[in-house]
Design a protein around this ligand. Structure first.
Ligand code: ARG
Length: 588
């Protein structure tokens, strides 16, 4: 369906043209004086110069063409030349009825769907998920859902950190602890056991222990580097261990992501890109993109317009080892080859921005991607504690994601039990659903690039701009509808009518903006815009709810109209929260 703003603009274009003015001046915007009007057009002010006429005269001419227009209830030219617009209630109701009948709730699927690889999550194998990975998962999941909702082909790739020194460290530590394992027997040629030589908790303990040791013990560190080298050059036993590390870790990661309702289409990792490196290096050298500088192989990526220095992109260190850049470039090659995406979008900590600037420039310059392949970096800010420093546990340690989720769920459970008497088992389930909304909405309602304070008390509150408040509103709507049907009413064949009160019209206007908001949020990769929209929508609904008696309305037709509006409001809210990555409970 067309956006309501576009429909209004079409009327204005016609009026401007009929009055003898250029359609270029007919642009309409949402009103910034909602007390005076709903939409406005400031084009007469801009047109004054072109036509050498007072703006108010132009505005008057245009308004004269809009008398008896079915779209507007009120059109006014006001000094110095604004055109204030109020929509006709009947027209607005018609638009909402069309929305209700539309299978995509007014959203137009993309005419030219794009294939977009979304690189998000980015957890590191063998290290527990911690809150640092939370934002990428939450923001990325929402972008993926938004894109799909609009008809694009979104391919989510978790891009595991499964390559590098951490693997060598684990192998070294395992060697010290269990030297008799068959993986370390150089003469062994048989198949390796199916059973992993460690559990996830052992694995999670092995890595930090090994990492700490390597910082104090030079020989240990060298052993780890040697193990990494051997692993990367095909050591059979070490590859066997790597496979176990991956299996055990990925099982655990999947469980954790599931708790967040985050899922990936691809479980690829840095290690998958390694086979592409030798050929890439050859290609970069042969075509003169890369040169040796101080022993290292680099590609220049600075540009004339740079205001700060962008150092060359390093492809190989002087000892021939590859780096983070190398892996990301090889991953780009792999993705182009296997999926040929129109765009690759990375949702990563904004502190990695320079790395991505270098990679993107190198990929474009060396034509590793097509000219029109878009490479996008969405850098997010840090999640801080109330002290303004990166979020930590009470005793200052790194907060594990699991514990954070448990803490929020417990807090939610307490609140639900305080609020009203509830069956403890049901309250636990509800607490999980609402808890997830608290975490996700708390994160997504901030512009991604900004740091924010993770405030458990505020995020779990049922009031204010929070996930639980949005869910509370949806539950309120559901319970009104349920009460109506419980008393024998039917929600079939009911239709939205023209608004009777100001608060009803305000709610309807908010509902009608759904498709515009969704499109714009995706275009700007800005889930926070969906949050501010549903916050406004929830507020409009609650104002309507407090001002208007819905179920006790005596005029049966009018009551049905209200209920139809409630259903549409619920559907819009439900679709929005689904895109944000959470669901609503039946009761709370
Ligand atoms: N594993 C990385 C980290 O924890 C994030 C990976 C981001 N994605 C990428 N293609 N570099 O910092």
């Amino acid at each position: 369906m067309k956006k309501i703003l576009d429909l209004i603009s079409e009327e204005m274009i016609q009026a401007f043209t009929e009055a003898g003015y250029s359609a270029d001046f007919a642009r309409v915007t949402l009103s910034n004086r909602p007390d005076l009007c709903e939409y406005q057009c400031n084009g007469a002010l801009a047109a004054a110069k072109t036509y050498k006429k007072a703006p108010i005269m132009i505005a008057n001419d245009v308004v004269a063409k809009l008398t008896d227009n079915r779209v507007f209830e009120d059109v006014q030219a006001v000094n110095p030349g604004f055109i204030n617009l109020k929509l006709s209630g009947e027209y607005l109701a018609g638009y909402l009825r069309d929305m209700q009948a539309d299978e995509n709730l007014s959203i137009e699927k993309a005419e030219h769907p794009r294939r977009i690889i979304l690189d998000y999550g980015g957890p590191n194998v063998a290290k527990p998920l911690h809150v640092g990975h939370l934002r990428s998962a939450i923001i990325g999941e929402s972008i993926k859902r938004m894109g799909r909702f609009l008809g694009h082909e979104m391919i989510g790739d978790v891009h595991l950190g499964d390559w590098g020194l951490q693997m060598g460290l684990i192998i070294t530590e395992l060697h010290e602890r269990k030297p008799d394992l068959v993986y370390f027997d150089e003469t062994y040629t048989g198949a390796y056991p199916e059973e992993p030589p460690f559990t996830i908790s052992e694995l999670e303990e092995i890595y930090p222990t090994a990492s700490a040791k390597s910082k104090q013990d030079e020989t240990y560190k060298e052993a780890a580097m040697q193990a990494t080298y051997l692993l990367q050059h095909g050591h059979r036993g070490y590859q066997g261990i790597l496979k176990h590390i991956l299996d055990v870790s990925v099982t655990d990661l999947k469980r954790n992501y599931q708790r967040l309702d985050v899922s990936f289409d691809l479980w690829k990792g840095e290690s998958d890109a390694q086979p592409y490196i030798p050929e890439m290096v050859e290609y970069l050298k042969k075509n003169g993109y890369a040169y040796v500088d101080d022993g290292a192989l680099v590609v220049d990526v600075k540009e004339e317009t740079d205001t700060k220095e962008i150092p060359p992109c390093m492809i190989l260190k002087s000892d021939g080892a590859s780096l983070y850049n190398t892996t990301d470039l090889a991953t780009i090659i792999e993705r182009m080859k296997l999926y040929h995406p129109d765009e690759i979008l990375y949702v990563v900590d904004k502190r990695q921005e320079l790395h991505f600037i270098q990679c993107f420039r190198c990929a474009k310059k060396a034509k590793l991607v097509d000219e029109d392949t878009k490479l996008t970096f969405l850098g997010f800010g840090t999640m801080n504690g109330k002290d303004g420093k990166p979020f930590k546990t009470r005793d200052g340690g790194v907060m594990r994601l699991e514990n954070l989720i448990n803490e929020i769920n417990e807090e939610m459970y307490q609140k639900i039990m305080e609020n009203h008497e509830a069956d403890p088992e049901e309250a636990r389930k509800t607490a999980q659903i609402v808890g997830l909304s608290a975490i996700k909405y708390g994160d997504l309602s901030n512009q991604a690039s900004k740091d924010y304070v993770f405030d458990v008390d505020r995020f779990t509150s049922f009031e204010g701009n929070t996930g639980p408040y949005i869910l509370y509103t949806i539950v309120r709507i559901k319970s009104i509808l349920a009460r109506y049907t419980a008393e024998g009413g039917s929600l079939e064949q009911i239709r939205i009518h023209a608004p009777v009160s100001g608060s009803e019209k305000a709610l309807m206007l908010a509902v009608s903006r759904f498709n515009a908001v969704m499109e714009n949020a995706f275009e700007e990769i800005a889930p926070h815009k969906i949050c501010s929209y549903i916050y406004e929508l929830a507020n409009e609904f609650n104002r309507f709810y407090h001002e208007v008696k819905i179920l006790s309305e005596e005029d049966e037709e009018r009551k049905k109209g209200y209920l139809a509006l409630l259903m549409l409001t619920r559907d819009v809210l439900e679709n929005c929260i689904h895109v944000l990555g959470f669901e609503s409970p039946e009761r709370m």
